[in-house]
Design a protein around this ligand. Structure first.
Ligand code: ADQ
Length: 466
């Protein structure tokens, strides 16, 4: 069966591309290249003159089919409903959730247009795999056009409790469209349960464990925790440590013997970057003996800069880092370095490996691939320690990390101290367990599991579960 992937953004690879931020893009490209197929979605460009045509580009065994959005569509579907309503709501940030009826109409309009374009590209036995919150109603729109193929959906971000989802106007109408899928994949069991509860309590569905019946259709809702290419990333990190690429060598030279704590995130309020900087400041204030001995490197490339809440965060993170550096720094020591740019996978792997502590403290996160990348990049003979938010989906699997509540800056500060002081034997013990779990549930495992379940071989998929 040919695989058709649909996601909001499609980046057609070019030979010179070195830098790629965004967990979704990284994970999917790897999956599709292994199998071949079609990848459909927004080109990332804006053009007027509706409806925008679909352009197709062949690249290896993958066909990329992309369409532009009009500026009005970008505003309503992408910036408005997806990123100012669904994103904050699904990350439990009710105070940041901005609902506009016209944005919702734009969101439905783009999903309808995508369905129309996609229906013409689908072959009878294609298996369709749709990704993420931008495209929730896409399967319902495809079904309306008579598409009977197996259609799956994977939700990369948290799915909140029904009480939270119920805040969204039209939530029942939107959630109901989930029943058009044969399989819905969530990052964690909690997310899966929340969706089932929502379908039952807001839409009147009936459920029997993982299966939900709404009208004539039956949908399976299950957790498939996403993984990374662990072995590939481990090799990159080892090579990066040997070769000392330019940014890495410069970091080494500028740090000297100092220890390094690292944070790597898109600049997004869900990632808890400002809270993390404050917690690091608290750690230095509470433990003055550590001053001058350790620095925090926060790598945070800006994203969604034309959403006002992101521009605020950009300013706020500069202010907090500047204030803490001014209060705590010395002429020859800068406590916090914030670098707002993207790096190659190899440079990133090298940074992780050089860092004694990986600080992954989102306020809420679907999974968080950085937690897994940090572990994959460690030197097994002298590994660093992962400090991980209990509100990242990754915490469900990675219980040997130091698990913290990111809302409690004192707890995070103490975890940094514990991590820096942890004896090597304990570091190795924790690392080995963490590495084993991320290696057993890597990106190959994830795609295999999901596609087995979507193709109807659910029994086989269950047998693979760990
Ligand atoms: P994201 O919110 O983008 O993904 P995450 O899972 O952490 O979050 O993935 C970020 C990716 O971007 C990582 O692979 C990281 O290496 C890369 N990246 C970040 N900063 C970078 C930089 N400066 N230079 C280069 N690369 C950088 C969403 C959900 C997550 C979920 C993923 C996958 O929000 O919860 O884990 O999808 O499902």
């Amino acid at each position: 069966m040919r695989l058709v992937i649909v996601s909001n953004r499609v980046t057609i690879p070019d030979r010179h591309e070195k830098v790629m931020a965004g967990g979704l893009a990284v994970a999917l490209r790897e999956a599709l290249e292994q199998r071949g197929g079609l990848w459909f979605g927004w080109s990332g460009a804006v053009s007027e003159g509706a409806p925008a045509p679909v352009r197709q580009v062949e690249h290896g065994n993958v066909t990329y089919a992309v369409t532009d959005l009009s500026e009005a569509e970008r505003q309503s579907y992408y910036l408005g409903f997806s990123n100012r309503a669904l994103w904050p709501l699904m990350h439990y940030r009710l105070g940041l959730t901005e609902f506009q009826r016209s944005d919702y109409m734009g969101y439905l309009g783009v999903n309808r247009r995508f369905a129309r374009a996609l229906a013409g590209l689908i072959k009878p036995d294609d298996m369709i795999w749709i990704h993420d919150y931008h495209l929730i109603p896409l399967a319902a729109e495809l079904r309306r056009r008579g598409v009977t193929n197996r259609i799956g959906y994977f939700h990369h971000i948290p799915w909140p409790a029904a009480e939270i989802m119920g805040v969204l106007p039209f939530s029942a109408t939107l959630i109901r469209t989930m029943a058009a899928y044969d399989l819905v994949g969530m990052q964690t069991e909690v997310d899966a349960r929340n969706l089932i509860d929502g379908l039952v309590s807001l839409c009147g569905a009936r459920s029997d464990g993982r299966r939900v019946r709404l009208g004539p259709r039956e949908t399976t809702v299950r957790a498939f925790p996403i993984g990374i290419d662990v072995e590939g990333f481990r090799r990159l990190a080892a090579a990066s440590a040997r070769q000392a690429t330019t940014p890495l060598r410069a970091t080494r030279e500028s740090l000297g013997q100092r220890k390094l704590v690292i944070g790597v995130d898109r600049l997004d309020y869900s990632k808890g970057i400002v809270q993390r900087l404050e917690a690091f400041g608290e750690f230095l204030r509470d433990h003055p003996e550590e001053r001058g001995r350790v620095s925090l490197l926060q790598i945070a490339p800006p994203s969604r800069s034309d959403v006002p809440e992101y521009a605020d965060l950009d300013r706020q993170s500069d202010e907090v880092a500047g204030r803490l550096n001014a209060q705590l720094g010395e002429f020859d020591w800068t406590p916090i370095r914030v670098v707002k740019k993207a790096y190659s996978r190899k440079a990133l792997a090298g940074f992780y490996r050089r860092a004694q502590v990986g600080l992954v403290t989102p306020m809420r996160d679907g999974m968080n691939l950085v937690a897994k990348e940090y572990i994959a990049a460690q030197d097994p003979a002298d590994p660093g320690v992962l400090v991980l938010s209990r509100f990242a989906g990754a915490a469900q699997q990675m219980s040997e990390a130091l698990i913290v509540n990111p809302f409690d800056s004192h707890e995070v500060a103490e975890a940094i101290r514990t991590a820096l002081a942890m004896p090597k034997t304990e570091r190795i013990r924790r690392f080995e367990k963490l590495y084993a779990i991320i290696a057993a549930t890597d990106i190959d495992w994830w795609t295999r599991q999901y596609l087995l379940a979507l193709s109807g071989e659910a029994g086989a998929a269950e047998a693979l579960a760990v």
